[in-house]
Design a protein around this ligand. Structure first.
Ligand code: ZN
Length: 95
């Protein structure tokens, strides 16, 4: 038996113990049933706690599979406010 890791885009890293050499390239996530692709790494070597591994896996995944957002983050600018070219006056109240 060997421990294989799979990455679900919603739930993060999933660790499964399977017979050696028989891990599929992807599985259905046990939580959301989305496809989770296999992560390749050095077997049986700890690379930090599970939270750290999730962050590292998500960061690596964002290089080739960036998350898609449905709306811009943060507060929208008021359309009546005129943008200023001078950054020194950008934070001053507008007339
Ligand atoms: Zn999932």
């Amino acid at each position: 038996m060997a421990t294989y890791e799979f990455l679900c885009r919603r739930d993060g890293v999933i660790a499964l113990r399977l017979p050696g050499g028989q891990a599929p390239a992807s599985i259905a996530c046990p939580t959301c049933e989305d496809p989770a692709r296999r992560l390749f790494g050095v077997p049986q070597v700890q690379r930090g706690d599970s939270r750290s591994r999730r962050v590292i896996a998500a960061t690596e995944a964002s290089a080739s599979e960036p998350a898609v957002v449905s709306a811009p983050l943060g507060r929208r600018r008021s359309p009546t406010r005129r943008p200023t070219a001078d950054p020194r006056t950008a934070m001053l109240p507008s007339p």
